[in-house]
Design a protein around this ligand. Structure first.
Ligand code: FSA
Length: 442
């Protein structure tokens, strides 16, 4: 990297990873950092972390990520993250109707946490309704055939508020923010031709929608699901995919009832969180293989509009899963309307590995951060350190986080991701389904 810590750095995308990168670069002494985002404010509604809450857990199928998540403990890092973290504990389960893939995955997770020195002593395996109620007394549903475990060393973080808090802190450290559809939306990356016919060109900065040129020694594309809009080759291995989010509006009394409810993740149905005390919203997400938005060239990107279709809508199959989840656990909520329904977009890789690397052929001038694969937010306290390491090492030393060469196999791997259940679909099919339902009710 440029040895000059005063050289301009452009970070494109003010989500969890972009802000964490700005934070750690600033803490390392880099003084001329600008964060660009299309949204008018942070938290940006283009960020996957624009949300009430995200699961914060250290347990993983892969010990490598367990170690990283343990280091990323929001209680330890600094006061920036602690206030948003709530250690309610974590119930992982399968219902009596779960397909073998979900049961196997839950059992593998239980076997692994049960022998892990960091978790083992506190893991409680749960096989009866009463055992589940020992950790979530609020569960009044039948919990038919539920099996699982409770891990107290986990919980959730208010991700939208964490982004806001970090943004304010960064502004106080002199990090600049260019926000909004004109000043903040990066429409193009600028390149020079590289020295004397070499195959390496350098990225020299960005152009925003108001046609301003912003020169940068290093440009860092932290657009995640939207990354292929600036770096098309990224779309070959990091696929924009979305999952449903829904909420139930609770009363103050209902909210009090559910206080301290552990995050509950039923692998064949979905997961939910203790209600947010400020809005009294109870957030739920169905589990599945996700939905992509693939164009004729084979690239999936979130829909381009400011409010991507379908907003205020989640697929019928997901509504069904969530209502089934509630009937089993909190049946009094099972027929309540879902509000603030949306699709949350991620950048998904086949092996769920992150991409933290230079874009090939750009020397050390253009970094891409992508492939959160639905497990990126929890790393926010430490993520930016890995970008600082990358810049200082001038190459990605970890093979698993390198830019992935396209294998020509296409993107038909979504159903085979080990920790997911179900079949991936295209968002276009859902819009047709939604229109059919709307027509049927006219
Ligand atoms: O830390 C977590 O387990 C949250 S995963 C969130 C999620 O929506 C997954 O449930 C889904 O399977 C996909 O991987 C995207 O992320």
């Amino acid at each position: 990297m440029s040895k000059d810590k005063n050289a301009p750095i452009a970070i494109i995308g003010g989500g969890a990873w972009g802000l964490s990168t700005a934070l750690h670069l600033s803490l390392t002494g880099y003084s001329d950092i600008t964060v660009f985002d299309r949204a008018e404010t942070i938290p940006s509604h283009f960020s996957a972390a624009y949300d009430l809450n995200k699961i914060v857990r250290a347990e993983y199928e892969d010990e490598f990520y367990t170690q990283l998540a343990l280091v990323s403990d929001p209680r330890l890092e600094n006061p920036l993250f602690g206030p948003y973290y709530h250690q309610t504990g974590y119930i992982v389960a399968t219902s009596g109707e779960a397909p073998p893939k979900a049961v196997n995955s839950m059992e593998k997770a239980l076997a692994s946490v049960s022998k892990h020195p960091k978790f083992a002593l506190d893991i409680h395996s749960l096989t009866t309704r009463e055992e589940f109620r020992g950790h979530a007394w609020q569960f009044s549903g039948p919990l038919n055939g539920f099996r699982g475990y409770f891990n107290p060393l986990a919980g959730y973080a208010h991700s939208g508020n964490a982004l806001k808090g970090v943004c304010l802190h960064l502004a106080s450290r002199g990090v600049k923010f260019l926000l909004g559809e004109t000043r903040g939306k990066v429409i193009e990356l600028l390149y020079d031709n590289g020295p004397g016919g070499s195959s390496t060109r350098r990225c020299t900065g960005v152009v925003t929608a108001d046609n301003e040129i912003h020169r940068a020694a290093i440009s860092i594309c932290a657009l995640d699901a939207y990354g292929a809009s600036l770096i098309p080759e990224l779309g070959y291995f990091a696929v924009a995919r979305c999952w449903s989010v829904a909420h139930v509006q609770l009363t103050e009394q209902e909210c009090d009832l559910l206080r301290n409810l552990p995050v509950t993740n039923v692998r064949d149905l979905g997961f939910f969180f203790e209600p947010d005390p400020a809005t009294r919203l109870f957030k739920l997400c169905p589990l599945g293989a996700g939905y992509s938005n693939t164009d004729a060239s084979g690239t999936s990107l979130p829909p381009p509009d400011e409010l991507p279709e379908p907003q205020g809508y989640i697929p019928l199959e997901d509504e069904r899963k969530l209502r089934q989840l509630l009937r089993e656990t909190l049946p009094w909520m099972a027929d309540r309307p879902f509000v603030d329904k949306k699709m949350c977009w991620f950048s998904d890789t086949q092996d769920s590995e992150y991409c933290v690397d230079f874009v090939p052929g750009t020397g050390d001038s253009l970094v891409v951060l992508a492939g959160d694969s639905g497990h990126g937010f929890k790393m926010m306290p430490v993520f930016g350190k890995w970008v600082v390491d990358l810049l200082q090492d001038r190459k990605q030393k970890l093979a698993r986080w390198r830019w992935q060469q396209h294998d020509g196999q296409g993107n038909n791997w979504a159903d085979s991701v080990s920790w997911r259940v179900g079949n991936a679909r295209e968002i276009g099919e859902l819009i047709e389904e939604k229109n059919r339902i709307t027509r049927a009710y006219l």
